[in-house]
Design a protein around this ligand. Structure first.
Ligand code: TRP
Length: 322
């Protein structure tokens, strides 16, 4: 049996990029009966950016509702909020003391934002250590993540090895699992889909907002009659990630033939999403209306997760002589 663990930041309502890049492949993995899955909402990591508790909690609920709507079996597996298993903070401290400073100063998540050091907090700097604690606290074997998290997994492995080297086998050294097919999901402007860039497609948003987002997809200025290159078009590149092969080929042909405008392609993409995610959208909106139910699902998961966390942390404390 392999133990699979992954976390998703509660930095906003999950968008198509999160769904395709993280939630869907993880939910798929969790259906394998040989696996045991631990999925959690990284609501401690989100404190780095979100100080408003109301916003953070709303995001947490939206994340929980989306995973369930996408088919995650929370009864068979583990589903919890990172912040409720406080053991993770204690472990993060221990791991900090095994993390060489340059490993963090060289990490992309820090470097990308380090132009203006006075504007970032130390939480951002030690972010990868908390992430290592998330993973190591639960004896995880496999961690499915997006390509952008690959370096964090390498850091986790290095920290685990360093600890094991000092104190003998304590942690399982986890493997990352990066879905080769869906690596980076392009947003409406062609850059990586991200809330930071305001280029997301929110499949759980109401139809009006969803339509608005799709209509803002950036294209070149070719006219309706012109022949178009599908591979350099953001609409097509998003469509092909969710559509069947035959649907993708149909659209490709229309682009190449001409007489098919970007407006047509956008409308087609919108309708395709509405149909493809019809059931998930319905379930999501039912769940989000019943917060007590969502909280009780999470509390059940937290009770189970805590048992593993406690056991691993006790092992670490005893190795460290505390
Ligand atoms: N940093 C991850 C992200 O931005 C979220 C995350 C936090 C995570 N802890 C984790 C992912 C542990 C995998 C394992 O997507």
């Amino acid at each position: 049996m392999a133990r699979i663990l992954t976390g998703i930041q509660s930095s906003g309502k999950p968008h198509l990029g999160n769904i395709l890049g993280a939630i869907k492949p993880s939910v798929q993995l969790s259906k394998d009966s040989d696996n045991q899955s631990l999925f959690f909402i990284a609501d401690l990591h989100s404190l780095i950016n979100i100080k408003d508790s109301k916003v953070r909690n709303e995001n947490t609920l939206a994340v929980a509702a989306s995973w369930i709507a996408m088919g995650f079996d929370y009864d068979k597996n583990y589903f919890y909020r990172q912040s409720k298993i406080t053991e993770v903070c204690e472990l993060a401290w221990y791991l900090n003391c095994f993390t060489p400073y340059p490993m963090l100063s060289n990490s992309h998540s820090f470097k990308d934002k380090s132009d203006n050091l006075s504007e970032i907090n130390s939480g951002l700097f030690t972010y990868p250590v908390l992430m290592a604690a998330d993973i190591l606290l639960y004896d995880s074997d496999i961690v499915p993540v997006g390509k952008d998290q690959k370096q964090h997994l390498e850091i986790t492995r290095d920290i685990a090895k360093s600890f094991n080297h000092n104190y003998g086998d304590t942690f399982i050294v986890p493997e990352s699992k990066i879905d080769k097919n869906v690596q980076t999901i392009p947003g409406t402007d062609g850059r990586k889909m991200s809330k930071t860039y305001d280029n997301t497609i929110d499949i759980f948003a109401d139809e009006k907002l969803l339509k608005k987002q799709i209509m803002t997809i950036v294209t070149d200025s070719k006219g309706l009659e012109d022949k178009k290159n599908p591979d350099s078009c953001n609409i097509f590149n998003i469509f092909k990630l969710i559509a069947s092969e035959s649907e993708t080929e149909k659209m490709r042909k229309k682009y190449i033939e001409g007489g098919y405008g970007y407006g047509h392609a956008k409308t087609h993409l919108l309708n395709y999403i509405l149909e493809l995610y019809k059931d998930e959208r319905k379930l999501f909106s039912e769940l989000i209306k019943n917060q007590d139910h969502l909280y009780s699902i999470l509390e059940k998961g937290e009770k189970k997760a805590k048992i593993i966390a406690r056991k691993v942390l006790d092992r670490v404390r005893s190795k460290l002589g505390y």
